[in-house]
Design a protein around this ligand. Structure first.
Ligand code: 5RP
Length: 232
């Protein structure tokens, strides 16, 4: 599983803190990335101790980890739709956090993450202090249909950004998402109005999903050297 910035001990504290937000009987969205992985392990430990939950994975990687941890799983379409149970709480990481707005997609899983995180009754973000910012300014990952790569790059440029195809680190080729699509990392500099940019990006043909999560976070658990800071 991809690991980025921040100390692992801080990420673990954040993950363990968020795992405490899960109650018996909950349907839990299981995020992707190294910080969310700590939460999945901590939820797994609680399942071992008798907690009764069902998880909904946001990626192949989070599914594999949840299976290894003994967390029973459901598909998203089993808990959504008319009369379905829904998702009580989702726990997920972020590449950058500014207030309740996030940039996600460092692991290329943001399309399923947004589906799960946005329908959860309570969305708990787990992060370390390196993710916190006053204004979002990290590149925005965009999952695009393979044939739409050029079309979307042109649209990003028209919106004031620069798109770079994400390449696999040790392979001579692009990163391919769990959905079979490509990723463009789009540099816009500071993003003072993420809502406006999100609307523009979402309206671009060929974009499956962008990594701006605007106003979705209910709580942010930030693991620090001393403990955990919880922002609501
Ligand atoms: C995956 C994500 C991750 O949550 C994000 O990249 C943070 O990862 P990490 O906890 O490893 O720093 O959005 O698509």
């Amino acid at each position: 599983m991809k690991t980025s910035g921040g100390s692992d001990a801080m990420k673990r504290r954040a993950g363990e803190s968020a795992a405490e937000a899960v109650d018996d009987g909950d349907v839990v969205g299981l995020g992707t990335g190294s910080t969310a992985a700590h939460a999945i392990r901590a939820i797994g430990a609680r399942v071992d101790a008798g907690l009764d939950v069902r998880g909904v994975a946001t990626s192949f990687a989070s599914r594999e980890l949840a299976v290894a941890e003994g967390i029973p799983l459901l598909d998203l379409d089993e808990v959504t739709g008319p009369g379905a149970a829904g998702i009580d709480v989702a726990v997920d990481g972020a590449d950058q956090v500014a207030g309740g707005d996030l940039i996600k997609g460092g692991g290329g899983a943001h399309a399923r993450e947004k589906l799960v995180d946005s329908v959860a009754e309570r969305f708990v973000v787990v992060a370390d202090p390196s993710k916190e910012a006053a204004v979002l300014d990290r590149p925005v990952p965009m999952e695009v249909l393979p044939s739409a790569r050029g079309v979307v790059a042109d649209a990003v440029r028209a919106a004031g950004g620069e798109a770079t195809l994400r390449r696999a680190e040790r392979k001579d080729g692009p990163v391919v998402t769990d959905n079979g699509n490509l990723l463009l990392d789009c540099e816009f500099g500071e993003i003072p109005e993420p809502g406006a940019l999100a609307t523009t990006l979402a309206g671009t043909p060929g974009v499956l999903e962008h990594g701006l999560f605007v106003g979705l976070a209910d709580e942010v658990h930030v693991g620090t050297a001393e403990g955990v800071r919880i922002r609501e």
